[in-house]
Design a binder for this molecule. Structure first.
Ligand code: AMP
Ligand code: MG
Length: 349
């Protein structure tokens, strides 16, 4: 299949191009598009045959449900059965934005969207191209991240091209995404709302509205079974083996250097995920040191994480040694993605 790359400037949106992309959706085909979190792989969420194509292009397991994306509040009405008052308060505060909420599904939602569950996930993205594109399509857009299942999520159009070229008819290139990690998934279908996946909206922000909010144990505890089907799979995985280090900065730097020297002495190519504050501490030419961002501004680490992991894939490293961050604020989502990328391999110092 020939993949058309449609470049759209988010500061000066070309309406005709948006209409072209919307037409592809209405014809039952796939369009990858930028959001403020990561790039999404979109299809008409009410068209079972179109949604099937998402699973096929990604190689996604069929029991991993999809998020439906909307562009204005009234669009949620036909999609869900019940919206608790607390959910309206979250919408007011966080929509459009990186918060996905789970509700009881209505009858019009195809089973393929929900993986057979009686709930459906809904989000309103905060990105000018995404919202214009959804509005122009006139349907809720089902969209998981636009990567091959298991690989790091795409934060640039080039990442989408890498994974999806030849498999889908259209990719909207709208530049880099802002947050760099996926949305927070919050279950609103139960009495006490629970975070199933940490993401762009932090638990600290959500607590201000939902003081008794809970956190799925699997987010912080290695062996617990996740409540959200998608969370049980290995995700964001580099080709290389990855080990995550946590502890104080001095101990992390010391241990990472020790591990790196040991792997290099055995002929392995080593990549290190560092920060501005620590990058000069791995001064050895044989180590590939990537700077993910600044510890003073963890949001910068979120922005670059997936791109850094993809970069190490391109340079064919054998092992990635990653510095952890504190789990405060956006740190919880960063550590969740790093831990998954490492397949649970963590060294606590
Ligand atoms: P992705 O589309 O790759 O960002 O992943 C979407 C995430 O939302 C996955 O972890 C899904 O398991 C989760 N999700 C979607 N719908 C539901 C639902 N109805 N109940 C629980 N989790 C869901
Ligand atoms: Mg994904």
């Amino acid at each position: 299949m020939n993949t058309r790359i449609l470049k759209i400037d988010s500061d000066n949106i070309d309406k005709e191009k948006i209409q072209e992309a919307a037409k592809v959706i209405r014809e039952g085909e796939l369009v990858a598009f930028p959001t403020e979190t990561v790039y999404g792989l979109g299809a008409n969420g009410l068209d079972e045959v179109a949604v099937e194509k998402i699973y096929k292009a990604k190689g996604r397991p069929s029991d991993n449900p999809l998020i439906l994306h909307i562009s204005s509040l009234e669009e949620i009405v036909p999609l869900v059965e019940d919206i608790p008052p607390i959910a309206y308060r979250c919408m007011e505060k966080f929509w459009p934005g990186p918060l996905t909420m789970i509700f009881k599904r209505s009858k019009i939602i195809p089973d393929i969207i929900t993986g057979g569950l009686d709930t459906v996930a809904i989000r309103m993205p905060d990105h000018p191209i995404a919202s214009r594109f959804i509005k122009a399509s006139g349907v809720p857009i089902a969209a998981p991240s636009a990567n091959t299942s298991g690989r790091p999520s795409p934060t640039k159009a080039d990442h989408v091209i890498e994974d999806m070229q030849g498999k889908i008819p259209m990719i909207i290139d709208g530049g880099s995404t802002g947050i760099g990690l996926e949305s927070t998934v919050l279950d609103m279908s139960i009495d006490t709302p629970m975070i199933l996946r940490p993401g762009g909206i932090t638990i600290e922000e959500l607590r201000k509205i939902i003081p008794d909010i809970s956190l799925d144990r699997s987010i912080v505890q290695k062996d617990a079974v996740p409540k959200s089907p998608g969370q049980k799979y290995r995700h964001y995985a580099p080709k290389a083996e990855m080990i995550l280090f946590t502890g104080d900065i001095e101990s992390m730097v010391r241990e990472i250097n020790k591990y790196a020297d040991d792997y290099i002495s055995r002929g392995k190519k080593v990549g290190i995920i560092s920060t501005y504050e620590t990058k000069d501490r791995y001064n050895d030419n044989n180590k590939l040191v990537a700077i993910c961002g600044s510890r003073k501004e963890p949001e910068s680490i979120a922005v670059n994480l997936f791109s850094v992991i993809r970069g190490f894939d391109s340079s064919d490293v054998d092992i990635i040694l990653a510095e952890g961050v504190s789990i405060d604020n956006i740190g919880m989502a960063i550590m969740n993605r790093m831990l998954k990328a490492a397949g649970g391999k963590i060294i606590k110092l």
